[in-house]
Design a protein around this ligand. Structure first.
Ligand code: RB5
Length: 158
């Protein structure tokens, strides 16, 4: 059973093709994908799409998000700058499962130049079917939330 019914998805030019394959996979799983672009393979900047997806997740309009660039690294770095986002870069299903169980990851980042479509589909399926374990992990996540508060306050003081 999936843990989210509405998932925001975005990529850069390097991730467009894999994004399309993942969208078909989400449809098969009965998950509504909100595609935030881009549509074509013209060069774009990955932070713009990391931001769009993160905003939808942080606002609650999407329950979770998926971001794809060439390596997944840029997308995960950018998404993790957004308040309330816990993005996990995964290239195999074990990390995908643990990112949900232990970290309650709400954004999944993948690299289209690092993994193939079959592996990516398995990662997505595992990620969306795994609930958060809570308990001691929730206490640790509270510490991350606290860090977000402290750093955003400090950023305002110059
Ligand atoms: C684009 O060439 C590439 O830099 C991007 O897709 C991503 O891998 C960045 O982290």
């Amino acid at each position: 059973m999936v843990v989210a019914k509405v998932v925001a998805i975005g990529s850069d030019h390097a991730g467009v093709e894999l994004k399309r394959e993942i969208m078909a996979c989400l449809q098969q799983m009965g998950v509504q994908a909100v595609d935030l672009g881009p549509e074509g393979t013209a060069s774009v900047d990955y932070p713009d799409y990391a931001r769009k997806v993160s905003e939808l997740v942080a606002s609650g309009q999407a329950e979770m998000g998926i971001l794809i660039c060439g390596t997944g690294i840029g997308m995960s770095i950018a998404a993790n700058k957004c308040h309330g986002i816990r993005a996990a870069l995964c290239s195999e299903p074990v990390s995908a499962r643990l990112s949900r169980q232990h970290n309650n990851a709400n954004v999944l980042a993948m690299g289209s130049r690092m993994i193939g479509p079959v592996m990516a589909a398995e990662i997505v399926r595992t990620w969306l079917e795994t609930p958060f374990d809570g308990g001691r992990h929730a206490a640790r996540l509270s510490k991350i939330t606290f860090m977000e508060e402290v750093f955003s306050k400090n950023a305002g003081q110059k």
